[in-house]
Design a binder for this molecule. Structure first.
Ligand code: LLP
Length: 413
């Protein structure tokens, strides 16, 4: 999706510099082809397996992106009433929506029940008591699975590993059977599935096999005790190539590692919840050089891209490759690429080899389609940039840039 044509960086058939000049920076640019290819890789990877692909929309919930994925047949993994609202607005079928998250409120549960979603992925006993109560009030039965923490190490960053003991997600594997049996007696609950999500940016799918084996043993025990498990939700988590040394695995690799465990079951549906693997490498973030300075031996490239536009480096020390929008023959230097926000953690890249730049040069940060704009903030009163979607040589603005007035719009004047 991203390549140099001559010296100019292009997304599909459009020059990035042209978009940066027209729409201003910071600017998020997405490739429609890459989004479609990434989604279709799941369809192809799981072909022949009864599967619902529930896009984890926390990665990027832009309305146009959701609409595009809905057209391709995507369901959604949601974590809030806001996400449910967006999913339905984009035309995602409620029967393909699963609802995860540790803190679903009464209002959110009611909204989900009224919307007739596929199932709740419950994360505690008290949550199920609440769901049961509200379902009773609405004279409904809530379809439910538990998010079970299989306690496997997915070898990712400590803030994005979720399947290990000691984090807030799901219920303990050791407690799962008893909790399931207890909950199965609740009048307005229908147990329909099991769920696990073991982490994010997983580059080695073998952890999924360990999780699948444990979940399969749980399913067998639950079914031997009279429950009917129709859905096996294996979560999201496939990684993407942030660094040139990253070797991400594909949906087909995921299928090949979990299906030998699950293929013995007939009539069950597999649910996958990919977020990053759908949108991550389909997006770039474009900014421009404001100033350069050196301090002793250190070079700084000061840009208008801040932790408010992309928080991943500050929050997870995440690596994002940075490219000059115009290929440069200038000599390389080692520099920190930083933003204007008053925090030491406000950086895009540290000690990075990058060609010497001039004021006004555009730079592009790769792999920012997931958890980029979705986690952006307005800290330091910084309006967030526009988002555009490129399809071949066509460009569509899918979110306008904010203005300072937008930032103040809910404030009392
Ligand atoms: N399902 C559940 C229940 C999740 O909690 C998540 C992500 C996903 C699916 C999607 O995971 P993915 O396929 O995108 O790895 N902000 C962090 C990532 C946080 C992920 C949270 N949960 C980052 O920028 O790396």
């Amino acid at each position: 999706m991203l390549k140099y044509v001559g010296n100019d960086l292009f997304v599909e058939k459009v020059a990035v510099s042209k978009l940066a000049k027209k729409f201003g920076t910071p600017l998020y640019i997405y490739s429609q082809k890459k989004l479609e290819d990434n989604f279709n890789a799941y369809k192809i990877g799981f072909k022949g397996v009864d599967t619902v692909i529930c896009y984890a929309m926390k990665a990027n919930s832009n309305h146009s992106i959701l609409k595009l994925l809905a057209k391709l047949g995507a369901g959604a993994d949601i974590v809030s009433g806001g996400e449910l609202y967006r999913a339905l607005k984009a035309g995602i079928k409620s029967q393909k929506i699963v609802y995860s998250g540790v803190g679903k409120t009464a209002q959110e549960i009611e909204f989900a029940l009224k919307s007739n979603i596929l199932m709740f992925n419950a994360e505690s006993f008290e949550e199920v008591e609440q769901i049961n109560k509200i379902a009773g009030k609405l004279k409904k039965k809530a379809r439910l699975s538990f998010r079970v923490n299989p306690n496997v190490d997915a070898h990712t960053h400590k803030y994005i590993t979720t399947g290990k003991e000691g984090n807030k997600f799901g219920i303990r594997y050791e407690d799962a059977f008893d909790i399931y049996m207890k909950v199965s007696k609740m009048k307005n609950i229908e147990i329909v599935g099991v769920d696990s999500h073991i982490g994010s940016q997983i580059l080695d799918v073998s952890a999924f096999k360990l999780a699948a084996k444990k979940m399969s043993a749980l399913i067998d025990k639950l079914e031997a005790n009279g429950l009917n498990i129709k859905y096996i939700d294996i979560g999201g988590g496939l990684g993407i190539k942030y660094k040139s040394t990253d070797k991400p695995q594909k949906p087909i690799d995921l299928r090949n590692i979990v299906m030998p465990v699950y293929s013995k079951y007939k009539g069950k549906t597999i649910i996958v919840e990919p977020g990053r693997a759908i949108v991550g490498d389909a997006g770039i973030l474009v900014g421009e050089v404001v100033y350069r300075k050196t301090a002793g031996t250190k070079n700084f490239i000061i840009t208008n891209l801040a932790m408010t536009d992309l928080i991943r480096p500050a929050l997870y020390e995440a690596y994002h490759n940075v490219l000059p929008v115009k290929k440069s023959s200038k000599k390389q230097q080692i520099a920190d690429i930083v933003g204007p926000v008053c925090e030491s953690s406000d950086f895009i890249a540290k000690d990075r080899k990058f060609p010497v730049v001039e004021q006004g040069d555009f730079i592009a940060v790769e792999c920012t389609g997931a958890y980029g704009r979705a986690m952006a903030s307005q800290y330091n009163s910084r309006p967030r940039g526009a988002e555009v979607l490129v399809k071949c040589s066509k460009v569509k603005v899918i979110r306008k840039a904010e203005t300072v007035e937008d930032l103040m719009s809910k404030e009392v004047k």
